[in-house]
Ligand binder design. Structure first.
Ligand SMILES: [Zn+2]
Length: 140
């Protein structure tokens, strides 16, 4: 699976447990994605009724541009390095629920990709099983 910019999104669950973790990681690499100035420009909202992290990787944002009378919603990708990208098109969804559904489907697809890989645990999709085993030592 690729993000909006054509970068590969790794198979399996992402590493992020919470939006707070993603914000901290983004700030730690010197990005300003979550700064007040950035968010205010597009009247960008996240968290709250838009929900938390999906599949350790995705979250939903709402944006209302200068010439828009309401918010539209995007599915965001939190990369392993803490940078943020977009899945599909910016403001692709008219409701938070539709965006969350797309994020859940993307997370399920990434998990299915990982589980189809014989080098990945068939139960958690995270760790590498011992040679000849189908599950990692944690799950087995
Ligand atoms: Zn496992």
């Amino acid at each position: 699976m690729q993000d909006h910019y054509g970068h590969d999104i790794p198979a399996g669950p992402g590493p992020w447990n919470s939006l707070a973790d993603i914000v901290a990681a983004n700030e730690a690499i010197g990005n300003f994605w979550f700064s007040d100035d950035t968010l205010e420009f597009f009247r960008c909202i996240y968290g709250g009724k838009l929900g938390g992290v999906i599949g350790g990787r995705f979250f939903v944002t709402g944006e209302r541009g200068p010439h828009q009378s309401r918010h539209f919603y995007s599915v965001r990708v939190a990369n392993d390095d803490g940078s943020i990208s977009t899945l599909g098109e910016f403001q692709d969804y008219s409701t938070p629920g539709a965006a969350r559904k797309a994020a859940v489907e993307a997370a399920e697809q990434l998990l299915a990709e990982a589980l189809a890989d014989p080098g990945v645990c068939g139960l958690c999709g995270l760790r590498t099983p011992a040679p000849g085993a189908t599950a990692c030592s944690t799950c087995a």
